[in-house]
Write a protein that binds this ligand. Sequence first.
Ligand code: ATP
Ligand code: MG
Length: 305
Amino acid sequence: MNAIQADHLIKQFGSVTAVNDVSLAVREGEIFGFLGPNGAGKTTTMRMLTGVLTPGSGSVLISGIDIHRHPLEAKMQMGVIPESSTVYGDLSAEQNLHMSGKMYGMPRREREERVDELLTRMGLLEKRHLPVRTFSKGMKQRVSIACAIIHRPRVLLLDEPTSGLDVQSRRLVIETIREMNQQGSTIFLTTHNIEEANTLCQNVCIINKGTIVAQDSPERLKKMFDTTQSVEVSFDRPVTRDMFSGDAILRAEPCGDKWRLYTDNPDLVVKYIAGRAERESIGITSLVTSGPSLEEAFVQLTECA
Ligand SMILES: Nc1ncnc2c1ncn2[C@@H]1O[C@H](COP(=O)(O)OP(=O)(O)OP(=O)(O)O)[C@@H](O)[C@H]1O
Ligand SMILES: [Mg+2]
């Protein structure tokens, strides 16, 4: 059973299709990275996964439980760190944690122990009695994370948890994610930081303009970003994916009126395409080879979906 199983999620806001047929599966015990540029649909997807937003269509199972049919049961399995913090400014750090623990049905004694443990781990012990509105952004984020993990959720979903944080807070957040994962929680991590995803995640999915454009294990993705080159080709008439069945072609993506072919051997790809085009009497109207850098690869993947 997958920790998260989303099928064919669609969400429209007026004429904007924010999420367009997104399906994803997060395996139990993994750290799953959900990447994409600003406005790609990450937050909208995550809000549907966590039951905050009702999808136009599609379904979400959390540990096998349908979030729309059994929202409470599904939410008990989850810890959520949303894009904008939901901590209560007028309450102290400690009160926020207690309230969150109460909501998850934790008995008082267990809660007290856990609150102390989390305040210590998050470096908030000295400020435990101060209202959270007096906290810095990084401190608020630590409270938000502590609230989300107080009940040791089976599945933890975070929406860009390190964005805008300094190095220390960022490390603390990353360490906490790793620790939760080592203790058995599945992690769904939304980010636009490729390096963060590369170092943390077992699987990564890239979304752009509401559509998933790549889904791969980190090593393969890293390899693709680090070493893969591409050949961009266009023809004088439409061709199907079958055109690109050559061994050297790792992946073929339609990209506007062109196709982008990922490879680690552009020489072979060019010869293969030329040979096939010749045999099938198809004209090549343009052909460009390039070896993208890490950042360029991400930009290329996300600008042509
Ligand atoms: N409540 C809403 N009403 C109208 N449009 C919305 C709403 N929420 C999101 N959108 C639109 O949906 C698209 C996707 O937004 P979303 O917040 O999911 O992106 P994102 O990937 O999280 O971006 P960011 O990296 O900036 O957080 C955008 O075009 C956005 O304007
Ligand atoms: Mg967002």
